[in-house]
Design a protein around this ligand. Structure first.
Ligand code: ZN
Ligand code: ZN
Length: 476
């Protein structure tokens, strides 16, 4: 535990925690229930807390009853979205599909959110984000977020998916965002049905966010006002389907949950020529190989053994024929760390290793291009998690508690930008195996699929978080 604490971005956390204390009303802190206490009513000591549990049960019964009626709707919605995957900033059909659902259920919304400011890096104009408010239109305001973009992967349909595989060649919902969008649509329907209850307390804001897969769509929507427009957001929740956890379990942790991350492209130039006369050329393929091997020392030799970091090269492109040394090679990859300062130092050292290695081979590096916006680490607000979010998760997980992850994930998530502004919790929703479902394929795999039986759990988690958080926020 001490080791992990040293990994965490304490300075940032202190700042965020201080900001949270200013914004959060006291109820978060005053009614401390640990996960283990929340799972057994007999362990509650005082009358007030027992009543809270009974109220939770009533509310949960109502949400659960409403969600059960949506089961087949959720499956068909997810399957429809699965067939029309679209890359970041190009989520036109997906957005229109979601808007159609909201219209059909009389849920007012605005679109045009998430405009692409970096068209020189990411193709597409963007603007496919959707924001819908349900409730009084007055504070307090609870934000629920789902991402809606897909990946540039050619789907190899899993047996579960074969009847509704991607119809967009080379694109696939391999990160479960079709499920995320579906679960938030489901929650929208339930919350609309329960709007009279919400109106007594405030507003729930639904954020359908484009461009999560590296495009910082969440940051664009924040810049456009999704957190600050009236009523401003007090607290936010998000979730990601997680194939390495058993279906119907929920996991998370206070503090750092996911890593800071950036992506890079390295363009190397040499001198092309005949492959049989390499001495007449300057071979960028051999240079690229050296760069890849030298980058293996980036983490192992320059980062403290007490910190966690990753550098992966994930694409090499160069050359087209067996007898031609090409002129150029392009490498792509990613760096991850738990502290932004570490991530920035990785960039600096990567630049040095790449440039010096290329020079030593007589090649030049035309460009090292990073994301316009690197992702900060995803930090769950500790007070919010311990006193509220873990209890709500415990109510719904089949294990009757939220699995507290021993380690954060090295994956990144742009929900982290939201966590920089308001107290928030991000959950992992288990969907890897159950009695009726088994998949061995992880996120971003061409055979990835999801356990659709878990979709109602996500709906219930969203709805419970929103309603209970609003009640807490108004109980001064
Ligand atoms: Zn992903
Ligand atoms: Zn994802």
């Amino acid at each position: 535990v001490l080791f992990l604490r040293r990994l965490l971005p304490d300075a940032g956390r202190v700042m965020i925690a201080a900001a949270c204390r200013q914004r959060l009303p006291k109820p978060w802190v005053s009614s401390l229930n640990t996960c283990s206490r929340a799972i057994s009513s007999s362990s509650f000591q005082d009358k007030e807390t027992k009543q809270q549990v009974e109220q939770r049960d009533d509310l949960q019964t109502e949400i659960s009853r409403r969600t059960q009626t949506l089961k087949s709707f959720l499956t068909s919605t997810r399957r429809s979205l699965h067939q029309i995957p679209e890359l970041m900033y190009q989520e036109n059909k997906t957005s229109r599909y979601i808007q159609g659902m909201l219209q059909e259920h009389d849920i007012p919304y605005s679109t045009g959110w998430g405009v692409n400011k970096n068209t020189h890096v990411f193709p597409g104009e963007g603007g496919h984000g959707i924001v819908a408010d349900i409730g009084s239109g007055q504070p307090p305001c609870v934000l629920l977020r789902a991402d809606i973009d897909a990946l540039p992967i050619h789907e190899q349909p899993h047996t579960h998916n074969k009847n509704f595989a991607s119809k967009h060649d080379g694109k696939m919902h391999a990160c479960g965002h079709d499920g995320h969008a579906t679960m938030l649509i489901g929650a929208a329907l339930i919350l609309k049905q329960m709007e009279s209850q919400i109106k007594q307390h405030g507003t729930v804001r639904l954020m359908f966010q484009p461009a999560e897969e590296g495009g910082a769509g969440a940051k664009r929507m924040i810049e456009e006002g999704v957190l600050t427009n009236k009523p401003p957001v007090d607290v936010a929740f998000g979730m990601h389907l997680w194939p390495t956890l058993p279906s119907h379990t929920i996991a998370s942790r206070p503090g750092a949950l996911m890593a800071a991350g950036d992506r890079f492209t390295i363009e190397i130039s040499g001198i092309g020529g005949h492959a049989a006369m390499p001495h007449k050329a300057i071979d960028p393929i051999v240079t690229a190989s050296s760069i890849i091997m030298n980058l293996q020392t980036l983490v192992s030799r320059t980062i403290s053994p007490f910190e966690s970091a990753v550098c992966s090269i994930s694409a090499i492109n160069g050359g087209a024929a067996f007898n031609i040394i090409p002129e150029k090679v392009t490498l792509k990859g990613t760096i991850r760390a738990f502290q932004e300062t570490t991530l920035l130092s990785l960039k600096e050292k990567l630049n040095r290793i790449v440039t010096n290695t290329a020079t030593s081979h007589g090649c030049s590096v035309d460009n090292i291009i990073y994301s316009p916006d690197h992702y900060p680490p995803l930090i769950n607000d500790t007070d919010l998690y311990r006193t509220f979010s873990s209890n709500v998760g415990a109510l719904l997980s089949k294990e009757r508690c939220v699995r507290q992850l021993e380690y954060p994930s090295m994956a990144s998530e742009d929900f982290s930008f939201i966590g920089q502004h308001v107290p928030s919790t991000f959950f992992f929703l288990g969907q890897g195996s159950s009695d009726s479902f088994k998949s061995d394929y992880g996120l971003h795999h061409p055979k990835f699929t999801l356990d659709e039986d878990v979709l109602p759990l996500g709906v219930e988690l969203h709805a419970n978080l929103a309603l209970r958080a609003l009640k807490k926020l108004t109980k001064q």
